[in-house]
Design a protein around this ligand. Structure first.
Ligand code: FMN
Length: 242
């Protein structure tokens, strides 16, 4: 039986696609997230794709009022506090409503783009996407649910590693994976395209690998969502560097 024929159309609804590249043209991550979205609608015609373009429309940076409001219990917030959290609440509602997530994240200056970090700041919310877990062995309790998530990254260098320093360093993937886990998202597939600044033959080869990984993710995501498997965990990593 194919993944598609197993889909329960009442439960399978929305893919949230988050694009963070500042480039609207020639972006590797945008090319790949568009492929995920097209695949989603082809495999799941009654589904929908929510597109959040933080690369084009960066979320506001959090400020002192935001922090004071976020750490005030919901029932005690003033109207001004609710206003300070309005954008954050919309981002969180959208995240909670998604059945699966695809994130396109370029590597900028050894880490994530500021616009994606601004989004992360808006959605990491105590009481909404995580709780402190003072008695448990994990310090945090994720509240988002273990949604199947495809993390697509792209770097200019063809060899990128999460080390403490050096020109090939990337803090992008470790920081995003840790933050997703904090919110309870542990079923993550990472497709890491490497070498956007290499020659065209390299780019064509690495893109073909990335596209194959992305196409393979979707039937798995559909299956996981239908099964609602809370135990699905662990990061699957595809390095697309040659
Ligand atoms: C502002 C900026 C900073 C970048 N910093 C790095 C970096 O630290 N390491 C690296 O390997 N590539 C770096 N690059 C290259 C990008 O990671 C690469 O072009 C990637 O494909 C961008 O994603 P996109 O194609 O979706 O726009 C940088 C690019 C820009 C525009």
């Amino acid at each position: 039986m194919s993944a598609l024929s197993r889909v329960d159309s009442r439960r399978m609804k929305t893919l949230l696609v988050i694009d963070a590249s500042a480039r609207l043209n020639r972006s590797v991550t945008r090319h790949l997230t568009q492929r995920v979205a097209a695949n989603w609608l082809r495999l799941y015609p009654t589904g929908s794709v929510q597109h959040l373009d933080v690369g084009r429309h960066p979320p506001p940076a959090i400020d002192e009022n935001w922090i004071a409001a976020a750490y005030t219990p919901a029932g005690q917030r003033t109207p001004e506090m609710h206003a300070a959290l309005a954008a954050s609440d919309r981002y969180v509602d959208q995240l909670l409503a998604a059945d699966a997530i695809a994130i396109g994240a370029p590597l900028y200056n050894f880490g994530m783009p500021a616009q994606l970090k601004a989004y992360i700041e808006q959605v990491v919310r105590v009481g909404r996407t995580f709780e402190f877990n003072r008695d448990g062995k994990d310090p945090y309790l994720g509240l988002v649910g273990n949604k199947p998530t495809l993390l697509i990254t792209s770097s200019g260098a063809s060899r990128v590693v999460a080390t403490s320093s050096g020109p090939e360093t990337s803090y992008l993937e470790p920081q995003l994976l840790t933050t997703l886990e904090l919110m309870g998202i542990r079923d993550v597939t990472l497709v890491a395209f490497r070498g956007q600044q290499e020659d065209s033959a390299h780019i064509a080869r690495a893109l073909a690998v990335a596209e194959r990984e992305i196409d393979a993710w979707l039937p798995k995501a559909v299956g996981d969502t239908v099964a609602q498997n809370p135990e699905a965990a662990g990061v699957t990593i595809a390095e697309c560097s040659r």
